[in-house]
Structures are given as structure tokens and as C-alpha cells.
Design a protein around this ligand. Structure first.
Ligand code: SAH
Length: 233
């Protein structure tokens, strides 16, 4: 596929190649934020600004350019997906990101969620189990200038001990339960956003807040559907 690997030119590439001509990205993105995200109650101005800024169309496969700003997840290959825009915005808002925060993401995928978070916080560490996806995301984020994001290939269940503790942990794959290493790597006062549940069953998006005394306050936000958090064999 000639368009792969040259993300900045993907737009031109899609126009030159066959397939539907995608809508212009900036108006499509502004509409996405208004109609899918703000309309559903996401209010944090920093989150809305980040969603308006990050070029989602450069994080999807060239064949999906015309659908990059639609209201659903898209395949990124290897059986994985880039999350629906609303879910990315909701998870980011629930994490209460602030400048100066250090964040961990488990499940880099395309790198899109990491890029959105990186517009608000100081640094994002993101772990992807599948080497091929980690490599593509690392290159894409570097090409696009997201230099406060560090990508590593590995099993995110174990977190990233050398970079811990984290103000924020976002898990973008569904786990059967909350991984203890991630709880350990969360700062007091920090928040973890994690979908809990098996594939095919109802999964729930949970907010896990670590109190000053180390205890956890957990609440369920909405039912969701994520790919499973896998374990390194
Ligand atoms: N946040 C991504 C979408 C995530 S899809 C984006 O913005 O595009 C979930 C990702 O989690 C997949 O890429 C999958 O390979 C990865 N994953 C699954 N189990 C994992 C694990 N144990 N550690 C790290 N990544 C994992």
C-alpha cells in the first residue's frame, strides 16, 4: 500500500488514489467536537481544544480517511482499533489532566489517545503490546512532532515502573480486573480510567481514584466496548 508510512502525505495520497474523496479535515474535526463530544456533555475546554487540534485523520489507515471523523471506532490492523472520538474525549476528561501531570497509557494502538493527552499534560508514557503497532505509532508521533510522548513495546499490565508514579493512568483495553501494578504506580490523588470486563460481555468504564491514605475510590461511568487487555505470553 503506497500511502502507508508517510502520514503527513496521506491526505494527498488518498485524493490521488481511488476511493471516496474525504471531507476537508479541519471543518470535519470541528463538527466532530461539536456534534459528538460537546453535545454529549464533555465540557473541559482543554480537552475540547486538544480534540480540535489533533489530526485524527493522520492516525487512521489511508483507506479510512473519509471516515476518520465519524462517530465510531476504526480498525488499525492486527485486530485492534482506534477508539471512537467521544470515548477518547470522555476518558481524557475523566482523568482531569493538568499541565505538569505525568501520564501513563496502556494500549498505544495508533497513538491517537496519547497525542490528545499530550496536548494537556507534561509527558505521556505509552505502552503497546504489539511491536508492529508500537513501531508505527512511535514513528507517527515523532513525524507529527509529539515530542513529549514516549512509546514502548511491552505488556502494560506491569506498568512502567521507571517512570512511575503517575498522576494519570489511562487503560484503553478492557481488563478482567484492575491490575495491581498499575494501582501501585498511581500517585496519591491520581486517577486511573479503565474499562473492566471480558470481551463479548458488558464492560464498564471505571474511574479509580487513589486517596491520600492509599485507599481506592471506584465509580462506574458508562458501559463500553473495548478490545481485550492481552498478556504477554
Ligand atoms: N489508545 C489507542 C486504541 C487502543 S486499542 C488509540 O488511541 O489508537 C487497544 C490497544 O491495546 C491495542 O493496540 C492492543 O494491542 C493493546 N494492548 C492489548 N493488551 C495490551 C497490554 N497488555 N499491554 C499493552 N497494550 C496492550
Amino acid at each position: 500500500m503506497p500511502c502507508l508510512g508517510i502520514a503527513p502525505f496521506a491526505w494527498l495520497c488518498a485524493i490521488v488514489s481511488s476511493g471516496p474523496v474525504p471531507p476537508a479535515p479541519e471543518p470535519a474535526r470541528a463538527r466532530m467536537v461539536e456534534e459528538q463530544i460537546a453535545a454529549r456533555g464533555v465540557k473541559d475546554p482543554a480537552v475540547l481544544a486538544a480534540m480540535r487540534e489533533v489530526p485524527r485523520h493522520l492516525f487512521v489507515r489511508p483507506a479510512d480517511l473519509a471516515r476518520a471523523y465519524d462517530d465510531h471506532p476504526l480498525s488499525i490492523g492486527h485486530g485492534q482499533t482506534i477508539s471512537q472520538p467521544y470515548i477518547v474525549a470522555l476518558m481524557t476528561e475523566l482523568a482531569r489532566p493538568r499541565p505538569g501531570h505525568v501520564a501513563l497509557e496502556v494500549g498505544t494502538g495508533s497513538g491517537y489517545q496519547a497525542a490528545v493527552l499530550s496536548r494537556i499534560v507534561e509527558r505521556v508514557y505509552t505502552i503497546e503490546l504489539l511491536e508492529a503497532l508500537a513501531t508505527t505509532a512511535r514513528r507517527r508521533l515523532a513525524d507529527l512532532g509529539y515530542d513529549n510522548v514516549t512509546v514502548r513495546a511491552g505488556d502494560g499490565y506491569n506498568g512502567w515502573p521507571e517512570a512511575a508514579p503517575f498522576d494519570i493512568i489511562l487503560v484503553t483495553a478492557s481488563a478482567p480486573d484492575i491490575p495491581p501494578p498499575l494501582v501501585q504506580q498511581l500517585k496519591a490523588g491520581g486517577r486511573m480510567i479503565i474499562p473492566i470486563g471480558a470481551t463479548g460481555e458488558t464492560q464498564e468504564l471505571r474511574v479509580v481514584e487513589k486517596k491520600a491514605d492509599g485507599s481506592l475510590e471506584i465509580r462506574t461511568v458508562i458501559p463500553v466496548r473495548f478490545v481485550p487487555l492481552l498478556r504477554q505470553p
